[in-house]
Design a protein around this ligand. Structure first.
Ligand code: AHR
Length: 508
């Protein structure tokens, strides 16, 4: 059954310039994110530094603008000094967040080299779980200090005379969560974040400092955490974070496809809370949002055979190096959800300045690798890479008229869309999702106000099997296909969206 939706695009309805840093990702020390992910000396494609060249190529194709590093849960137990200097002298540590051995072969200097090769900027996190202000200041001096002081000189001696110039910093990670090393109350964290940020600002004005918000909307402290933290830290930080992971539960695919409703609610509620504190404290500055971890993640699913069940491993006292962990294999439905989450991030571009798909390689990632073998694109790679490449200029707010269906997250629109318009380039991009499971949607899009005349490209991600995946055995089972239904007549685009699909249209 085919039904219809209509969209009107108004070039005057500008939300904000496209924040390029919405297309960030996340690399954490854990699982095979780094070892046999980014880094595999001896791999046939390895660079002289031991980075996998095939992965670097895919990261560039993915269009990742910013990479958050080194965690995540990992950062809350990390001593950054372990990862610098001659490799043979670096300690091996028991890593408590993922229960593994951390070899420290890769540290900030190696990661900065990798990020340069990948063409990405670094967003760096400091440990406020088991450490304090001084260690954050030391790291800041090590990475950004001009030669002439001890830690900056140590960086130079370690091979990097030029400061890295890292501007964006996360003040700890998920410290509202009891799974986090050093988790604390909002009051304690707010004070620590304020003092750390105040000291970092004193060392280097103009940094973008991100306070931890809630780990997800289901936290009992959600809303109150943000209020308390910002009441302490408002003057010293520029952003507050949101983290969210979604997955299909109990076979309810309709509610899963509606995941972006939760992301929308998360963003709006966090912004409202920050604005409440702004009013209460009589401030003029507005706090931005860093959605610094988001993705589909099948938390709680039974581990696959290749993944050691963590509980058994912990009981057995094993501390493996880079075990297979969180290696989710993504389906078409997962990719459609990722595409719809990107639509939501774009729609909120006036408030969300950073976003990081978590993570990048092997660990809940768009890119998978085999040790000594190939690297390939998961289904989720496609909506991300296309959105990152095509979303330029400004975000416009389209008016969407579509049917709805009931979901556990409320009434879910069948069709959702985001529009970007690049006046200088004479082009626009329209990202569309059809969440409907039973029928296609014929969508008419009135773009008269843009003054464009043709559909340059229309690509759709869809498969009759919504659970189709790309795997080691079949790396290209799912991909993008040309959508031949797209047509342009008298300022109106018409396109057919198959059920459970994601589409990117470009106009010229
Ligand atoms: O990305 C995986 C984990 O999810 C991160 O380490 C943590 O911050 C979040 O809970």
């Amino acid at each position: 059954m085919t039904s219809s939706a209509s969209i009107t695009v108004d070039r005057a309805a500008v939300v904000a310039p496209v924040p390029r840093r919405l297309f960030g990702a996340f690399v954490e020390h854990g699982g095979r994110g780094i070892h046999t992910g980014l880094y595999e000396p001896g791999h046939p494609t390895a660079t002289e530094d031991g980075f996998r060249g095939d992965v670097l190529e895919l990261v560039r194709e993915l269009g990742v603008t910013t990479v958050r590093y080194p965690g995540g849960n990992f950062v809350s137990g990390y001593r950054w000094e372990d990862g610098i200097g001659p490799r043979e002298r670096r300690p091996r540590r028991r890593e408590l967040a993922w229960h593994a051995t951390e070899t420290n072969e890769i540290g900030i200097d190696e990661f900065a080299r990798w990020a340069r090769l990948a063409g990405s900027e670094i967003m760096l996190a400091v440990n406020l779980g088991t450490r304090d202000i001084q260690e954050a200041l030391d790291l800041l001096e090590y990475v950004n200090g001009a030669p002439g002081t001890t830690l900056a000189d140590r960086r130079a001696a370690n091979g990097s005379p030029d400061p890295y110039g890292i501007r964006t910093w996360c003040l700890g990670n998920e410290l509202d969560g009891k799974w986090q090393l050093g988790y604390m109350t909002a009051d304690d964290y707010g004070k620590l974040a304020a003092r750390t940020a105040q000291a970092m600002n004193a060392a280097e004005p103009g940094l973008e400092l991100i306070a931890c918000g809630s780990s997800w909307t289901g936290m009992a402290t959600f809303g109150e955490w943000e209020r308390v933290v910002l009441e302490h830290a408002y003057d010293h930080v520029s952003h507050i974070s949101c983290h969210a992971y979604y997955f299909e539960q109990d076979g309810d695919i309709g509610s899963f496809l509606a995941s972006s409703l939760d992301m929308e609610h998360f963003i709006r509620t966090t912004a409202a809370t920050a604005d409440h504190v702004k009013a209460k404290l009589r401030k003029t500055k507005t706090i931005g949002i860093s959605f610094d971890e988001w993705n589909v993640w099948y938390q709680g699913r039974p581990p696959t055979e290749s993944e050691a069940p963590d509980a058994a491993r912990i009981k057995a006292g094993e501390w493996p190096v880079a075990p297979r962990q969180l290696e989710d294999v993504y389906s078409v439905a997962d990719a459609v959800v990722v595409g719809s989450l990107l639509i939501t991030l774009l729609r909120n571009a006036d408030r969300v300045e950073f976003a990081n798909l978590a993570q990048l390689v092997n660990v809940i990632a768009p890119i998978m690798t085999e040790p000594g073998g190939p690297a390939w694109r998961q289904t989720t790679f496609f909506p991300f890479s296309l959105t990152a490449r095509l979303a330029t200029g400004v975000v416009l707010a389209p008016r969407i008229r579509t049917g709805e269906y009931d979901s556990a997250r409320g009434a879910a629109p069948l069709v959702d869309a985001a529009v970007t318009f690049d006046e200088a380039a004479g082009s626009a991009a329209i990202f569309l999702v059809n969440r409907g499971m039973t029928g296609s949607q014929t969508v008419t899009i009135d773009v008269t106000s843009l003054g464009l005349t043709a559909v340059a490209q229309a690509l759709t991600l869809h498969d009759d099997d919504v659970y189709a995946k790309n795997t080691l055995a079949d790396q290209t089972r799912v991909g993008l296909t040309k959508n031949d239904s797209a047509a342009f007549t008298d300022g109106v685009v018409t396109v057919e969206l198959p059920p459970v699909s994601w589409t990117a249209l470009t106009l010229s």
